[in-house]
Structures are given as structure tokens and as C-alpha cells.
Design a protein around this ligand. Structure first.
Ligand SMILES: [Zn+2]
Length: 233
């Protein structure tokens, strides 16, 4: 399936704490990325909006925007930028860590949105998707574990938001056939990975990682690389 480019961000913050996993993009840089997309006639949208548009044959001029892990800085720094440019995104929350921190990671502790903050994200017209219960490595695990992490997190988020959760994102981008099958079985509409443009289907949608140093020129280069690779198929 030829999906338009989908960009993957994590934390959006002006913080100067160490960033060993290169997860932080400065708010000014995000603003420049979105401004550039608009100047080139592109609009950033959530993954569900992107796939619906694609099904209608109307995805031209759209790119997907995703923010992993559900950091509280999304509310302070990403949402205002998205609003400035009239764009939407999918935010992937770790459903068993709401109101907690990124304890799966050995870098600096970053706050994760709580239930009320997630509701505020949805009320602002943004999509909330699932990023499992605890942010584990899913590949090679058993059926019960997959269902608890993948299906369980969908139930938690649906309870918080009182709406269908359609979008799933594999932690670390890691998946195998069993994990992708569990995402489908849990009732999600689609799932996304990191990089790797093939073999892509609805449950392994590719995404472009955006690094802290990516300039607007890098963004354009990544979009061009994406479309060239799709044409080679
Ligand atoms: Zn993550």
C-alpha cells in the first residue's frame, strides 16, 4: 500500500537536559517543519485521517504526523504549533503509565500525560492512539502478553476517552507476525512501525524518524526519498 510519508516525533521541548536517545525536537524546529510543509502545499494530519483520505483517493497533499509516548510537553509545545497551522496528528499514549514517566527508558525522566490531559488532546481534535500498556519489546513474546499489552491498552484508552481507538504504534518499532496479528485481532484499524518501507500493509505502516537536528531541508529529503521508494515498487 502506497501511503504518503508519516513523520515520527517524540518529545517537543526547549529543555537542555541530556537526550541520549535523540527523542527531543525543539519547538522552534517543529514550527519550521510545519511552516515548510504548508509552504509546499502539504497539510499534516492524523494517521486515521490520512488513511480515510487515501481510501477516498484524496491523500494528495497530506502527510501523517505522529508523536510517540504521550509526553506532557505535547500539550505545551506541539499542540499550539499544530493549531497555528491547522494541522492534526496522532499521539500514541502508553496506557499503563498515564500520569507517570518514561520509566522504560534509561534517559532523563519525562512526564507522561494523565487521563484528563489525554481527554484535552482528543477534545482539541487530535487523535489518541495506543502505544501498549508498558512500552515493552513485543517481538517474540506470547499470545497472552500480546493481548494484555495490545488489547488491554485499547480498552483502557477507550474507557478514558469514551471513543474507539483505531491506531496502534509498536514500541521501538519492533513487531513480528504474531504482534501484527494481535493488533488486528484487538480491533485496531491500523498499526505503524519505524522506517522500513516494505513490506508495508495496514498493520505495519512505515514512518520516517525525525531527529533533533533535522532541518527543513532534511524533511524535504525524507519526503522525496519516501516517494522514490514507493515508485520503485
Ligand atoms: Zn515509544
Amino acid at each position: 500500500m502506497a501511503t504518503p510519508p508519516v513523520f515520527m516525533y517524540h518529545s517537543i521541548s526547549p529543555s537542555s537536559l541530556p537526550d541520549p536517545h535523540r527523542l527531543r525536537v525543539h519547538p522552534d524546529r517543529l514550527d519550521r517543519h510545519l511552516r515548510l510543509l504548508r509552504r509546499f502545499g502539504y497539510r499534516g494530519v492524523s494517521l486515521s485521517e490520512l488513511l480515510r483520505a487515501q481510501e477516498r483517493g484524496e491523500a494528495r497533499g497530506l502527510v501523517g504526523l505522529t508523536f510517540d509516548d504521550g509526553y506532557t510537553d505535547y500539550l505545551e509545545h506541539a499542540l499550539p504549533a499544530l493549531r497555528r497551522y491547522g494541522m492534526t496528528s496522532t499521539l500514541y499514549a502508553v496506557a499503563g503509565r498515564l500520569g507517570g514517566s518514561n520509566e522504560w527508558d534509561d534517559g532523563p525522566r519525562l512526564g507522561l500525560m494523565d487521563r484528563d490531559q489525554l481527554r484535552a488532546v482528543a477534545a482539541a481534535g487530535q487523535e489518541v492512539g495506543s502505544h501498549t500498556m508498558t512500552h515493552p519489546h513485543l517481538a517474540g513474546t506470547g499470545a497472552d502478553f500480546l493481548m494484555a499489552e495490545i488489547g488491554g491498552s485499547r480498552e483502557v484508552l477507550q474507557d478514558v476517552l469514551q471513543e474507539e481507538i483505531a491506531s496502534f504504534c509498536y514500541p521501538y518499532g519492533e513487531f513480528d507476525d504474531d504482534a501484527a496479528a494481535a493488533v488486528r485481532a484487538a480491533g485496531y484499524d491500523h498499526g505503524c512501525v519505524i522506517g522500513d518501507y516494505e513490506p508495508a500493509d495496514r498493520f505495519t505502516l512505515p514512518r520516517c524518524y525525525i531527529s533533533p537536528r533535522d532541518t527543513s531541508a532534511h524533511l524535504i529529503a525524507r519526503m522525496m526519498r519516501h516517494s522514490v521508494r514507493l515508485r520503485l515498487h
